[in-house]
Design a protein around this ligand. Structure first.
Ligand SMILES: [Zn+2]
Ligand SMILES: [Zn+2]
Length: 254
């Protein structure tokens, strides 16, 4: 079954996605991909980027589409001690974002210390799930390609089997307790060169275990280029391959 949703999309306004990702062009592509609902979730890593989000909202106001389109935002963990994220209540009220998705975007380590990295990443993800402003934990256990370089902090990370099972159970329990979703992200994990085919297999099993425990899964392309938007369909194929059904997917109404 093709994916009905894409709840993680960037635009050209924040300059992280490229010039192909204008709001009208990406909406048109999502229509042609047969999607039912999407969320535009560009980065808000600091308050000074808020005016760029006003541009996205203005673009959306001009668009007439059969899609359900949500004006959301992606936030980052900005304090590795507390797990605080890059949005507060006032900024959320001003921006009017719905949904807010977010998570850590770094190992917050410069050296390879496997136990310490796993422990910190896990605690930060729990903090994001407990944050009342954030609805979806994005791309758990994603790290940038540079962190996998020889001698880098994540060089050792080749399989989700390296993450203790109790972490996965605790994460799923926290998501259930706080009624949050966990993301299946195509570009960051399944389309990213730092993750091998065997890693992706272990990651699909990880998502299956989270879903089996009752957590809703949010499908996102995390597209930064117009040609990456179609990643939600192979993402859905992966999910179906490990037994995750459409009924287990998250939407902003749930
Ligand atoms: Zn991200
Ligand atoms: Zn993203």
């Amino acid at each position: 079954m093709p994916s009905p949703y894409d709840f993680h999309i960037h635009t050209t306004h924040l300059k992280c996605a490229n010039e192909t990702m204008t709001v009208p062009a990406l909406v048109e592509r999502c229509e042609s991909l047969g999607l039912e609902a999407i969320a535009i979730t560009d980065h808000l890593d600091a308050p000074q980027f808020m005016p760029k989000h006003d541009l996205i909202e203005a673009d959306l106001a001009q668009i007439d589409s059969p899609l359900r389109i949500y004006f959301g935002v992606e936030v980052n963990v900005i304090d590795a001690d507390t797990g605080a994220v890059s949005i507060d209540e006032e900024q959320l009220a001003y921006g009017g974002f719905d949904p807010v998705i977010g998570g850590p975007h770094s190992s917050y380590h410069t050296t390879r210390d496997r136990e310490s990295i796993i422990d910190l990443q896990h605690r930060l993800m729990l903090a994001v799930l407990a944050n009342p402003l954030v609805e979806v934990l994005v791309h758990p256990w994603w790290f940038g390609g540079g962190e996998f370089a020889p001698g880098g902090p994540m060089e050792w990370f080749t399989s989700m089997e390296q993450i203790p099972d109790w972490h996965t159970r605790e994460l799923a329990d926290a998501a259930l307790k706080h009624k949050k979703a966990i993301e299946a992200n195509y570009s960051a994990i399944f389309g990213a060169p730092q993750y091998s085919e065997s890693f992706r297999e272990s990651y699909a099993a990880y998502l299956a275990e989270i879903a089996r425990r009752g957590v809703r899964i949010s499908v996102g392309s995390d597209a930064h280029d117009i040609n990456s938007l179609d990643g939600v369909h192979p993402m859905m194929e992966v999910l179906e391959g490990v037994g995750i059904t459409r009924e287990q997917l998250w939407t902003p109404e749930v």
